[in-house]
Design a protein around this ligand. Structure first.
Ligand code: DGL
Length: 265
């Protein structure tokens, strides 16, 4: 068993994009990653379902793995549950992810910004508050991307290409000239894994922004203490769906060659 690992969860394999940044930022920490693939996608389900799953996973990570901190590596679950989880677990540092609108405003020249995220994230009160806090600073074109996380989850390349083309097409004209969208926010942790396909769809001048690295830095700041070992940290991978899928994704994207285990929750 790992010693006081950091718990990380997502609806599926998307949160591996955050785990990758966490391992780079905190190389000596241990991590337990839960992919809730048996109950995904979160983005097209009721917020109450996402909250209930987030509560169960957090309870499991605390009781069975004695986690020292929790990273909600999912925009949809952060929007639906972080507020409640913080209230219910006052002693536990909890870090979430939200679409990187603020960095996008700073980086955009045309001040027209595309936001790709799940329906659940875009409909949440948390996201609306974020948008309102930036009112007047840029135009945001928000695109719910039904089916995209699921296609990434199943590594269905033809479907991923078709959906990326449809959704970027719906956002509008990309480019760096006045009136064009010059910045695209990847507001779901699954999307960084199809960055190349998206970059192809919007062109080389457009900046694609995700949140993995800032979240990893914030996690480092929020930890009460850091591991002192000089040995690389270890990871445990758990999935409520098919563990093979998680294992393959961890191998493909993180070069992490460890088995994933089935988790019933
Ligand atoms: N990866 C998740 C997010 O960041 C959601 C994917 C899903 O719909 O399950 O929002």
């Amino acid at each position: 068993m790992l010693k006081r690992p950091i718990g990380v969860f997502d609806s599926g394999i998307g949160g591996l994009s955050v785990l990758k940044a966490l391992r780079a930022e905190l190389p000596f920490e241990d991590f337990v990653y839960v992919a809730d693939s048996g109950h995904a996608p979160y983005g097209e389900r009721e917020a109450s379902h996402v909250l209930q799953r987030s509560r169960l996973i957090t309870g499991h990570l605390r009781a069975q793995h004695q986690i020292s901190a929790l990273v909600i590596a999912c925009n949809t679950a952060t929007a639906a549950a972080i507020h409640w989880l913080r209230q219910e677990h006052p002693g536990l540092p909890i870090i979430g992810v939200e679409p990187a609108l603020k960095p996008a405003v700073l980086q955009s020249q045309t001040k027209r910004i595309g936001v790709m995220a799940t329906r659940g994230t875009l409909a949440s009160a948390k996201f609306r508050a974020l948008l309102e806090s930036l009112a007047g600073q840029a135009d945001f074109i928000c695109q719910p991307c039904d089916g995209l996380a699921d296609a990434i989850e199943h590594d269905d390349t033809p479907k991923i290409r078709a959906l990326c083309a449809d959704y970027t097409g719906a956002i509008g004209q990309f480019g760096i000239n006045k009136g064009q969208v010059d910045t695209l926010v990847l507001g779901c942790t699954h999307y960084p894994f199809v960055r190349d396909i998206l970059a192809n769809a919007v062109g080389p001048e457009v900046q694609l922004i995700d949140n993995g690295e800032p979240v990893a830095r914030q996690t480092r700041r929020m930890l009460a203490s850091l591991a002192t070992s000089d040995q690389a940290g270890e990871c445990v991978l758990l999935s409520t769906g098919d563990p093979k899928n998680l294992q393959l994704a961890a191998h493909r994207w993180l070069k992490l060659d460890i088995p994933a285990t089935a988790l019933t929750l």
